[in-house]
Every structure is written in structure tokens, then in C-alpha cells.
Design a protein around this ligand. Structure first.
Ligand code: TYM
Length: 358
């Protein structure tokens, strides 16, 4: 395959003002699932044509909980290949590996030193994950949202497309930029206006798919860390496994699928998945399945999931069969991301008063 070229930008060069900047990422921890796709990556694909898009595989985040070194590199490559298989186009987007751009770790340190500890202790995901880890919670897990803020702020991102669960982390990134960097270290222009150092990003959360729920419990989020494999549909699951997981998905005793009944979270979730996977509006899905029993609905949902995932899986296999191509895409992404990130890091270093490096 020919190597695609995203338009090059070098450090210090003005960025195209007409296209807002976007940054997002997924952790390479285990297999990506339907929540990652429908809640985040699907949205990234749609943004590529009219935004300047940066997508990274956030491997530094993946080691904030105990991890297997023997799997990290493979999971990182597999996640990058899945970005491409889902439709992220290297000619339009910059795709890179977080740990290969050292500015992420450096800016994280600078931001650490101005972020109040109690802001981090308030983070819901930290509290939930820390509870699971018991006594073995790492300082990295607490610091995770500051690294995420560094990821975003380094690229002067205007918008950050994520699922609902990342909203609090996005608010933290905004507060760090606004209150702890711009307000404290920004300078004033001749008109008294604050000249910001960092761009304050906006979250971009879709209304549909922003919170895909578990197949085995409609009240909890579909998650990579759920020990029950049957709770999620992974993007690389075989047709047979998808069908089996859907067959075993939790139901309720009522006939007819419907949205919005608080007593029926499983019906709401699975009908929502059907609408998204089959490309139907919610109204059309609700009227098609409104009087259907679970026994007829589940095969329909399984068929829609297999049909949606098969082309993605075929593309994924092609990409994994051509490691040189993926390597070249990531090398180019790294180069472009490094240039943009270095310029921002320099700005922050200067504002904080560091001796200029020669
Ligand atoms: P991660 O790896 O847990 O998830 C990646 C993306 O998938 C979304 N997501 C979901 N959306 C809907 N329903 C679900 N059940 C579901 N599960 C996950 C997440 O909201 C996310 O958008 N901290 C981030 C990774 C990160 C990041 C960043 C994101 C690091 N740096 C900078 C944006 C910008 C995380 O752990 O996502």
C-alpha cells in the first residue's frame, strides 16, 4: 500500500485557522469494544473531513494499572490498526503512539506541579478503579487525568470527542488550562486582555452511543475491565461469538422493545445498539421492534452487529498482514505530532520561567 501523507506542519508554523483542531485517544488495554467504537471512534471518523484531527494510542495510560509487558506493544499496534480499520484515514488525520512523543510526559510533569491534589482525589474513575486495586493503587492512577490533560492541551485542541465517562476528565483539563496555567502565567496585552498560553478545549459527546451499557447489566457501562467477557462485544469477536454473547445477554420478562423505560435498562440499551448498528433512526428501530419478543429481537440484533463489524474486521486483517504500512503511518504521525507538541511545550516552559534549552 502507498504511504499516505497528512499535510505537514512544522513547529512554530501558524495552523490553518479554518479547521478546528481535534484530539482523542483510546487506551491499548485489552480488546476494543462496541462502547469505544460507538461512543468515540465513530465520532472521530465523522470529524476528519472538516477538522484537523489527531488520534493517539494512549499507551502511557495503559500502565496506570498492573499490565503485562509482553502484551503492551502488540495491543498498541492492534489498537492503531483498529483506528484505521474503523475509518480513520492517515491522509486526513495524524495517528500516533503517545509514548513516542516525549512531550506528553514532560507537560504532564509541569501540569502536575500546578494541579491541586484534591482535584484528582475527586475523580470518579479514580475512586472506582482505586477501589478495585485495593492497597496496590499507583501514583500514576491518581495522576492519570493530568496526563490526559497534557495529551489534549499539547495540541491546542478545540474539541475532544469522547464517551460520557470522560466528561469529568475533560472538565479537569479545562480547569488546569484556564485556572492554573492561563490565569497564573498568562500575560496581559496592551488592552489589558489576558493572552492565554493554552487553549481551553470543549468536550464533544454524542447523544447516541455516548454510554453503551453492559450486555449482562443494563445499569452498568460496557467496559474493558469487566471480568465477565460476556458483558461486552469486542470489535474483533467472531460472528459466532457475537451471536452467542447476544443470545446470553440479559433480558426482562416483558414483550416489546422500547426506549426510555427506567424499569427496562436492557431493552433501552439493546434497542439503542440495534438502531446504531443497523443504521436506523431511533424512531424507526422503536417502531420495528416495539411489539417484538426477545426471541425474535436477539437474532436481528446479532445479524446487525455481525454485518456492521465484518467489513471492519476484514480491513483490520489486511492491515495486520502489512506491518510495514502501519509502521510508516505511525512514523509519519509521530513526526507531525512531535512538531506540534514541541511548540506548545516550549510555550509552557517559557511561561513558567525555565532556562531556554539551546
Ligand atoms: P478509554 O480507553 O477507556 O475509552 C476510549 C473511548 O471510548 C469511550 N468509551 C465509551 N463510550 C460509550 N460507552 C462506553 N461503554 C464506553 N467505554 C469507553 C471513552 O469515553 C473514550 O472516549 N482516558 C481515556 C483515554 C484518553 C483520552 C486522552 C481521551 C487519554 N488521553 C485524551 C481523549 C483525549 C480513556 O481511558 O478512554
Amino acid at each position: 500500500m502507498p504511504v499516505p501523507v497528512a499535510s505537514a506542519i512544522t513547529a512554530g508554523e501558524a495552523r490553518p485557522t479554518e479547521r478546528p483542531r481535534v484530539l482523542s485517544g483510546v487506551q491499548p488495554t485489552g480488546a476494543l469494544h462496541l462502547g469505544n467504537w460507538l461512543g468515540a471512534i465513530r465520532n472521530w471518523v465523522a470529524l476528519q473531513s472538516d477538522h484537523d484531527t489527531f488520534f493517539c494510542v494512549v499507551d502511557l495510560h495503559a500502565i496506570t494499572v498492573p499490565h503485562e509487558p509482553a502484551r503492551l506493544a502488540e495491543d498498541t499496534l492492534s489498537t492503531a490498526a483498529l483506528y484505521l480499520a474503523c475509518g480513520i484515514d492517515p491522509q486526513q488525520s495524524t495517528i500516533f503512539i503517545q509514548s513516542q512523543v516525549s512531550a506528553h510526559a514532560e507537560l504532564c510533569w509541569l501540569l502536575n506541579c500546578v494541579t491541586p491534589l484534591n482535584w484528582l482525589e475527586r475523580m470518579i474513575q479514580f475512586k472506582e478503579k482505586a477501589l478495585k486495586q485495593g492497597a496496590d493503587v499507583s501514583a500514576g492512577l491518581l495522576d492519570y487525568p493530568v496526563l490526559m490533560a497534557a495529551d489534549i492541551l499539547l495540541y491546542d485542541a478545540d474539541r475532544v470527542p469522547v464517551g460520557e465517562d470522560q466528561k469529568q476528565h475533560l472538565e479537569l483539563a479545562r480547569d488546569i488550562a484556564q485556572q492554573r496555567i492561563n490565569a497564573r502565567f498568562g500575560t496581559r496585552g496592551s488592552d489589558g486582555e489576558l493572552i492565554p498560553i493554552l487553549k481551553v478545549p470543549q468536550p464533544l459527546i454524542l447523544t447516541e452511543g455516548a454510554r453503551v451499557m453492559s450486555l449482562t447489566d443494563g445499569r452498568s457501562k460496557m467496559s474493558k475491565s469487566d471480568p465477565n467477557e460476556g458483558s461486552r462485544l469486542n470489535l474483533l469477536d467472531s460472528a459466532e461469538l457475537i451471536t452467542r454473547k447476544i443470545k446470553r445477554a440479559k433480558t426482562d420478562p416483558q414483550m416489546g422493545l422500547e426506549f426510555g423505560n427506567p424499569e427496562r435498562p436492557e431493552a433501552d440499551n439493546l434497542l439503542g445498539l440495534y438502531a446504531l448498528l443497523a443504521g436506523r433512526s431511533r424512531a424507526a428501530a422503536a417502531s420495528e421492534c416495539g411489539s417484538m419478543g426477545w426471541g425474535s429481537f436477539k437474532p436481528l440484533l446479532a445479524e446487525a452487529a455481525v454485518a456492521a463489524l465484518t467489513p471492519l474486521q476484514e480491513r483490520y486483517r489486511e492491515l495486520r498482514d502489512d506491518p510495514r504500512y502501519l509502521g510508516e503511518v505511525l512514523a509519519q504521525g509521530r513526526q507531525r505530532a512531535s512538531a506540534v507538541a514541541a511548540a506548545t511545550l516550549n510555550r509552557v516552559r517559557q511561561a513558567l520561567g525555565f532556562l531556554a534549552s539551546t
